[in-house]
Design a protein around this ligand. Structure first.
Ligand SMILES: C[S@@+](CC[C@H](N)C(=O)[O-])C[C@H]1O[C@@H](n2cnc3c(N)ncnc32)[C@H](O)[C@@H]1O
Length: 259
């Protein structure tokens, strides 16, 4: 196994945390059920008047330390228990999390494969249910950036499936999956990911879903992509699995284990 200090050492990811101003405002706003996000407000104002965005559209910085630690343990667990199947990341962007998954995979000397999926053209059209954090085309990047990250870490490249999920997932997923990371941000993207990934998950497989936020459990959770929870709740309504919402600092995510 690999020690997990690389999580804070190897990556220069700038983690978005609440500013001191937001923390102070949040203390005052909490009794009213409100939450301050001054950077987000400024971003929305700038976007409204100029059409430009300086924060929400940035690619690459998608997870914080707590999420990476959770991911490290969840991937390790599926490998230690030898859950059948390969690993997938649906919505890989620049491959920051893919690198983490690949590092853990290598440390187990596993012959399992990692498959990653993305349009690399950014997000498809958003709907009302997706909130106001993103718009179509945000998070665009390229396969080359992802390849560069893998090369920097001396890792074997994953299998890259470029395209929209409705084109790549039906025929492009491994037959059996032991670990899935769903990070498509939007209601439709998460729903289609679940629809195709779920039947391929082996017993004991972990499905980790980024941006799943349950404000009933954590009222301070950053519920910026409400379509994610809605898609998960609707999809799992008639299934035996339930989402476990795990602590992840200023960001949010949850997972379920396939029964
Ligand atoms: C937040 S980013 C992923 C970040 C990445 N998982 C990480 O941890 O670094 C979301 C990605 O999902 C992709 N995406 C969302 N919906 C998609 C769809 N329907 N088809 C293809 N790509 C999609 C976007 O292009 C974007 O790169």
């Amino acid at each position: 196994m690999v020690d997990n200090f690389f999580i804070v050492r190897d990556f220069d990811w700038q983690v978005r945390r609440s500013s001191h101003l937001d923390r102070a405002l949040n203390i005052a706003a909490k009794p009213f059920g409100m939450r301050a996000d001054t950077a987000g407000c400024i971003d929305r104002l700038i976007r409204r008047f100029t059409g430009l965005s300086f924060a929400a559209t940035r690619s690459g910085v998608s997870t914080n330390v707590e999420q990476r630690i959770n991911m490290y343990h969840l991937v390790s667990q599926t490998l230690a228990y030898n859950v059948e199947g390969d690993l997938v990341e649906i919505g890989c962007n620049e491959g920051q999390s893919s690198v983490l998954i690949a590092k853990v995979l290598r440390s187990f000397h596993s012959d399992k494969k990692l498959h990653v999926y993305d349009s690399f053209e950014g997000l498809p059209a958003t709907k009302l249910v997706d909130g106001h954090s993103y718009k179509q085309g945000d998070l665009a990047t390229s396969e080359d950036v992802l390849r560069k990250h893998f090369n920097l870490h001396g890792l074997e490249l994953p299998t890259i499936h470029k395209g929209w999920f409705d084109q790549t997932l039906p025929a492009g997923l491994p037959e059996k999956i032991s670990f899935a990371y769903l990070d498509g941000d939007l209601y439709d993207s998460i729903m289609i990911s679940l629809k195709h990934v779920y039947p391929r998950l082996s017993a004991g497989a972990v499905c980790l879903i980024d941006d799943y936020c349950d404000t009933a459990i954590n009222p301070d959770g950053w519920n910026h992509l409400p379509g994610v929870k809605k898609a998960c709740d609707e999809f799992l309504r008639n299934k035996p699995e339930q989402i476990c919402y795990v602590y992840s600092g200023a960001f949010t995510h949850g997972f379920f284990r396939k029964l």
